[in-house]
Every structure is written in structure tokens, then in C-alpha cells.
Design a protein around this ligand. Structure first.
Ligand code: BT5
Length: 321
């Protein structure tokens, strides 16, 4: 009901809609209209009311509210259900809990800030207000050794979303970073619950420094991180970014189910800033130096070293100058 009322107010943006018209259109009492208006105001919508003329929408809040994302969302499975919180420890953690309770594929968890955002290997992910901190629950019929492909797919979708909203085309650093001018704009964390031969569910988490002010980053990140705000000089429409991301991700996901991942992998290669470069791959027990030559059909990185070509499914890549 609240969503329908919001849609009516949006259609009439700038114009008053009388309480009587709203109650007639929505088939509810005037008191109910008033209550829903109060609910929308509580969410941050600025709505002017006039005793004679009714209600008019002045401004929508700068929050990633489900109603804002779903308005114009082209994806049908991803984002069908969206959970939004002002603050969470980690959207991946919440999504994991939901998935374990049987939450269907496609549900999305968003937070305005995370108090315990995580990167790979338990590293801290800095998640202040202004970013996009998002997790999607997927239930792909995929062998566990292929889940890296979902990380690569998310990176391609994030490039699509960023170029659609800002015109900037980030580079993808294998396996999970989006870079702009050599600095990290976004990171992806894919976590999986699996049996030996099949995936139960997968949590695809992505963090994008959308409108994070460059001054926010502490000393450690100042040299290595960037944001869309820093790169463009203007705040971006975060809801629009999320819509574009979910639509592109769903497109790639459905395409892969029918035709496999080869098209996505070609797109990944096109945006890669890793292939063709001299790199170090840091593993728990050693660091390998060589030239990144390709990725294989499982998303693993092929590196030509002095002693032959090695294949890496995980690892920390440093690009050499
Ligand atoms: C990643 O890990 O890049 C994965 C980040 C995933 C974050 C999302 S946000 C939504 C969801 N919920 C979560 O709790 N996580 C996911 P990794 O490759 O391990 O990189 C981590 C490193 O990036 C850190 O050690 C820092 O050096 C750096 N870093 C931390 N915060 C950053 C930020 N906001 N921007 C750029 N770099 C950052």
C-alpha cells in the first residue's frame, strides 16, 4: 500500500494529490492515507501537506531503499526481495543467515554502513556511509570448483553498472578488484556453502566506494583506494548503480545457464588489467613471479613463470610497473 501511494506521488511529482483522491485510488480511509504518509516521512521522504490541496512529494531520501531500487529495476529474479538496513555488521553475514534459513535465490541485502565489513581471508573492509555494500543470494547449479566464475561475472556486471552510471570503465584485477587509475574502487567477496559436488548457496558480496568522500579513507587506504565521487567530482545515483548492477548480473547469470560462461569470460578478458602484465602472485607459502597470460574456463589465472605455466585458483596479485 505504501509502495503504491509512493508510486502515485512520484507520478505526480511536483503536483499535489488530494487526500480524497489518494483514498479513492487506493481504496483506503483518509486516516490510512495519513498513516502511510507518516510512514514514508519516517523513511526520509520529504512530503509537503496542505489542508486544502493534499500531499506532494518534494524529495526522496538518499538511501538505498527497496522501493527506490525496485522502481525501474529490469531484473526479475535478482532484487525481487530486498532487505535494507541503516547499519549491519556485514551484509554477507546477514545474507548467509537468511540463505541458511531458506531465503530464495535473488534476495539482496543492503546496508548504508557496515560495522564489520569483511574482505577475503577475514581482512577488514572499510564501509562508511555513501558506499554500496550489497550481497546477493544465489543458488547456482554449479560444481564448487567453478564458483570463481561467479566472482568474475560480478566484476563484469560491476564494470557495466559503473560505465552506465558514470561513463568510467574500471579495469578488473584478477580475481576480485575493480580499479580506476590504479586505485581500488570496489571489491568482491564470494562465500559458498557447498557439498563436495554441489553448491547449496552462494553469497555474492560487493563493496563499491560510490559516494565515499576521498578524505574519509585513513592513511592505509589513501594511496590505494578511490571512489566514484573522487573520480567524477559529483555524487552518483547509488540506486541507479544497484539497478544497473543487478540487471547486468542477472543477464550474465541467465546467459551462463543456457550457453555457459565463455561470453562472460571474453568480456572479462576485455576489461582485465591483469592479463599481459608482469605480476607477483602471493600465496600462503610462497610468492610466484611471472607473466599473466590468460584465465581458463574455471576462472583460474594462468601465469607463465621461468619453470613453466602455473594455474592459480586463488591468490593475491600485485601488478608490476
Ligand atoms: C575484497 O577483499 O576486496 C572484498 C570486499 C568485499 C566487501 C563487500 S561489502 C558487502 C559485503 N559484505 C561484506 O562484509 N563484504 C562484502 P580483499 O581482496 O581481501 O581486499 C581487502 C583489502 O582491501 C583490505 O585489506 C584493504 O587493504 C583494502 N580495503 C578495505 N576497505 C576498502 C575500501 N573501502 N576501498 C578500497 N580498498 C579497501
Amino acid at each position: 500500500m505504501k509502495e503504491t501511494m509512493l508510486a502515485v506521488l512520484k507520478e505526480n511529482k511536483g503536483r499535489f494529490v488530494s487526500g480524497e483522491d489518494l483514498s479513492r485510488m487506493l481504496r483506503v480511509s483518509r486516516t490510512a492515507v495519513w498513516k502511510h504518509i507518516a510512514g514514508l516521512r519516517k523513511e526520509g521522504y520529504e512530503i509537503e501537506s496542505s489542508p486544502r490541496r493534499g500531499y506532494r512529494l518534494i524529495a526522496v531520501p538518499d538511501l538505498l531503499l527497496p522501493s527506490e531500487i525496485q522502481d525501474g529495476l529490469e531484473a526479475r529474479i535478482l532484487g525481487r526481495q530486498i532487505y535494507h538496513c541503516l547499519e549491519l555488521e556485514s551484509t554477507n553475514k546477514t545474507a548467509r543467515e537468511l540463505a541458511a534459513e531458506g531465503e530464495p535465490e535473488g534476495s539482496v541485502v543492503l546496508a548504508e554502513r557496515q560495522t564489520s565489513g569483511r574482505g577475503r581471508l577475514g581482512r577488514v573492509w572499510c564501509s562508511p556511509e555513501g558506499g554500496v555494500w550489497l550481497s546477493v543470494i544465489l543458488r547456482p547449479s554449479l560444481a564448487p570448483y567453478k564458483i570463481q566464475l561467479i566472482t568474475l561475472m560480478a566484476a563484469v556486471a560491476a564494470v557495466d553498472a559503473t560505465s552506465c552510471v558514470t561513463g568510467i570503465i574500471p579495469g578488473i584485477k584478477w580475481p576480485n578488484d575493480l580499479l580506476v587509475n590504479g586505485k581500488k574502487l570496489a571489491g568482491i567477496l564470494t562465500e559458498v556453502s557447498a557439498e563436495i559436488d554441489r553448491v547449496n548457496h552462494l553469497i555474492l558480496g560487493i563493496g563499491v566506494n560510490a559516494n565515499v568522500s576521498p578524505g574519509y579513507f585513513g592513511e592505509e587506504l589513501r594511496e590505494t583506494a578511490t571512489s566514484l565521487l573522487a573520480e567524477t567530482g559529483v555524487p552518483v545515483d547509488r540506486a541507479c548503480w544497484v539497478r544497473a548492477f543487478l540487471s547486468s548480473l542477472e543477464g550474465e547469470y541467465l546467459k551462463a545457464q543456457v550457453a555457459g560462461f565463455s561470453d562472460m569470460l571474453s568480456r572479462w578478458r576485455h576489461y582485465s588489467v591483469t592479463l599481459g602484465k608482469d605480476i607477483d602472485v602471493k600465496l600462503a607459502e610462497r610468492t610466484v613471479h611471472g607473466k599473466a597470460v590468460d584465465i581458463n574456463e574455471e576462472g583460474a589465472l594462468l601465469v607463465r613463470t621461468e619453470s613453466g605455466t602455473e594455474t592459480f585458483l586463488a591468490g593475491e596479485v600485485t601488478l608490476k610497473k
